[in-house]
Design a protein around this ligand. Structure first.
Ligand code: FES
Length: 160
C-alpha cells in the first residue's frame, strides 16, 4: 500500500471537499467525501475541513468522532465483514464472528496487530437469502460455514 505524505493528504482532502456532490457542504458531508476518497480521515483532513467550513478543529473532531464508521488510521490491505443482521443472526452469524475474531486475535471490530486485516460487523450486506453472509475485501460469500470462513482467513493471510 502506498502512503501519502502530509502535503498530498492536504491536497487530496481539499480536492475531496471541493468535489463533493452534496448541494450543501457541511462538516459531515466534507468528512464523508474525504473518507470516500482516501479511505480514512487523517489529521490533515480535519484541519482542511475546519479551514474550509470556518469551524474550529474541535468542532470538526466532534462530528468525526461521533460517527463510528470513520477511520482515523490508514486502511489495512484486507477487510473482512461479518453480517450480524437478523437473517444472518438466525443462521449462525455470531459463531462466524467469534471464529473470525479468534483467528485474527481481536476482541471486537478493528485492525489486527500486524496491520494486515480489518474486521468489521455489518448490519446487512444485502444478500439475506444467502445468509449467513460475510464479505472479504467487499466480495460477498454467502452460506458461509465456519470451515469456509477459516479457508477465507487463510487465503487472506497468504495474500491470495
Ligand atoms: S441480514 Fe445478513 S445479509 Fe441481510
Amino acid at each position: 500500500m502506498t502512503t501519502m505524505d502530509s502535503d498530498s493528504l492536504r491536497t487530496s482532502s481539499r480536492q475531496a471537499i471541493q468535489d463533493q456532490e452534496y448541494p450543501t457542504k457541511t462538516v459531515l458531508s466534507s468528512l464523508l467525501s474525504i473518507e470516500d476518497a482516501l479511505g480514512w480521515i487523517p489529521e490533515e483532513s480535519i484541519e482542511e475541513v475546519a479551514d474550509f467550513m470556518k469551524a474550529t478543529i474541535n468542532d470538526v473532531w466532534a462530528v468525526a468522532s461521533f460517527y463510528t464508521n470513520f477511520r482515523f488510521a490508514p486502511p489495512t490491505p484486507n477487510t473482512i465483514e461479518v453480517c450480524w443482521g437478523p437473517s444472518c443472526h438466525l443462521v449462525g452469524a455470531m459463531g462466524l464472528a467469534e471464529k473470525a475474531l479468534d483467528a485474527l486475535g481481536l476482541e471486537n471490530e478493528g485492525d489486527t496487530e500486524d496491520g494486515a486485516v480489518t474486521f468489521k460487523f455489518n448490519t446487512c450486506l444485502g444478500a439475506c437469502s444467502h445468509a449467513p453472509v460475510v464479505a472479504v475485501n467487499h466480495k460477498l460469500k454467502g452460506q458461509c460455514s465456519e470451515d469456509r470462513l477459516s479457508e477465507l482467513l487463510t487465503q487472506i493471510r497468504n495474500g491470495s
